[in-house]
Design a protein around this ligand. Structure first.
Ligand SMILES: Cc1cc2nc3c(=O)[nH]c(=O)nc-3n(C[C@H](O)[C@H](O)[C@H](O)COP(=O)(O)OP(=O)(O)OC[C@H]3O[C@@H](n4cnc5c(N)ncnc54)[C@H](O)[C@@H]3O)c2cc1C
Length: 384
């Protein structure tokens, strides 16, 4: 039986471990996570039907009701005037169309479900506080070197180490991720504290020139999740941009509802948003990339985790179906690269649509206002 080493114990690493265990072709699976403990504080995550189908394949869908909120609509509003632009009905017609709901949850709860599932299998060993410093192909397998001094060998190594992946650097040697000059602040507040300004039924997407705010309830409605994003006019190679002061300046012209949300956002940490251009190759020898290590994307279409989960399921299906690992990895790459690359491009373009100003914004709103709320034609290929 093959042995696998997975670098990174986030959504992708844990999903890959569970999936590979299910493939029946991998014996021992070690998941190496650099953090002192597995888990995530994080904030909310939106999960579309394609993500939920992948969770179902991993055996992590049952019981999700304990944590989930099922919104009625995804609503786009004008962040400056406060007026309604359009909505996507994600209630009954959506479920009927895609056979799955659209749900919202806390990232920590999703991680918890994946960890609990992984722990059900003796073959999976979750190892925290192991920072991987390098990987390289080694005959019919690959070597993994860790800062602990360990030198491990697996028949298969999966790089699930996220946006600034060490495994990717070893494989592709490509440059740093690309910044489009946008920065995000995110956090949750108890729903009771925001009940007067919050919407407990919908995902609200407030869009304005160079900025947007996303708000939705999570954890059965106990918490309200907010992500505020803006394009910094002070973007530079230095670190001093996208600061709190700039956040307040950028949203000064926003309507009252948006400013009330921005006032409540956690300012303790900011995320400089980065992605990369798609690449054709995620595999070298017996080393394969998944998740943000393979296809980092801006979060605007809420598909980073979804594509990561799809990777895990696809990798496992390929490894289970092909007796030869090299053929399996080639198949995985063939199946996943075109789709994930398309989503990476879509995320960038959607950011431009969200952040449009002037005439472009007027045209966007005019086009969107007339569309049916149950028109799923644009997302059919992604969720279907
Ligand atoms: C603001 C924001 C909102 C988002 N909202 C959504 C959403 O609504 N829906 C959605 O689908 N996606 C969303 N995403 C994207 C999603 O969070 C990511 O795509 C997803 O977490 C990728 O999972 P991953 O396992 O590949 O990487 P990560 O979650 O980054 O996990 C990587 C893991 O590897 C570990 N690691 C890193 N380096 C090493 C090393 N050298 N050695 C050992 N361990 C290492 C890290 O500690 C981490 O635990 C959002 C992202 C952002 C920034």
């Amino acid at each position: 039986m093959n042995e696998a080493i997975i670098v990174g114990g986030g959504i992708g690493g844990l999903a890959a471990a569970i999936a590979l265990q299910k493939s029946g072709s991998v014996g021992r699976i070690q998941v190496l996570e650099q953090a002192a403990e597995f888990g995530e504080l994080g904030a909310g995550v939106q999960l579309a039907p394609n993500a939920l189908r992948a969770l179902q394949a991993l055996g992590v869908y049952e019981g999700i009701d304990r944590y989930a909120v099922y919104p009625r609509r995804l609503v786009m509003m004008d962040a400056v005037t406060g007026s309604f632009i359009t909505a996507l009905d994600v209630g009954a017609p959506f479920r009927e169309r895609f056979g799955m709901p659209y749900l919202l949850m806390h990232r920590g709860d999703l991680l918890r479900m994946l960890i609990d599932r992984a722990k059900q299998f003796d073959a999976i060993e979750l190892r925290s506080a192991v920072h991987v410093t390098g990987v390289e192909p080694d005959g019919s397998g690959a070597r993994v070197v860790a800062a602990t001094g360990e030198d491990l060998r697996g028949d298969l190594v999966v790089g699930a180490d996220g946006l600034r992946s060490v495994v990717r650097t070893c494989l592709l040697g490509d440059a740093r991720p690309v910044s489009g000059g946008c920065v995000a602040y995110r956090g949750t507040v108890p729903f009771d504290h925001v009940a007067s300004i919050a919407d407990g039924d919908d995902v609200l997407l407030w869009v304005g020139p160079g900025m947007h705010l996303v708000q939705y309830p999570i954890r059965r409605g106990e918490l309200y999740n907010q992500v505020v994003t803006f394009r910094s006019e002070r973007h530079s190679p230095d670190d001093d941009w996208g600061t709190e002061d700039e956040l307040d300046e950028r949203f000064a012209a926003a309507c009252d509802a948006v400013r009330a949300g921005v006032d409540l956002i956690d300012r303790g940490r900011r995320w400089k948003l980065v992605d990369r251009d798609p690449v054709d190759s995620w595999v070298r020898g017996r080393i394969a990339l998944i998740g943000d290590a393979a296809h980092p994307m801006v979060q605007y279409v809420g598909q980073g985790a979804a594509q990561t989960l799809e990777d895990a399921v696809s990798l496992s299906a390929a490894v289970g179906a092909e007796p030869d690992l090299d053929t399996a990895l080639a198949r995985y790459q063939r199946e996943r690269v075109p789709r994930a690359s398309r989503v990476q491009g879509m995320a960038r373009r959607f950011g431009e649509v969200l952040h449009a100003g002037g005439m472009a914004a007027t045209m966007r709103d005019r086009l969107l206002t007339s569309r049916s709320h149950a028109d799923y034609s644009e997302i059919e290929w992604l969720y279907g």
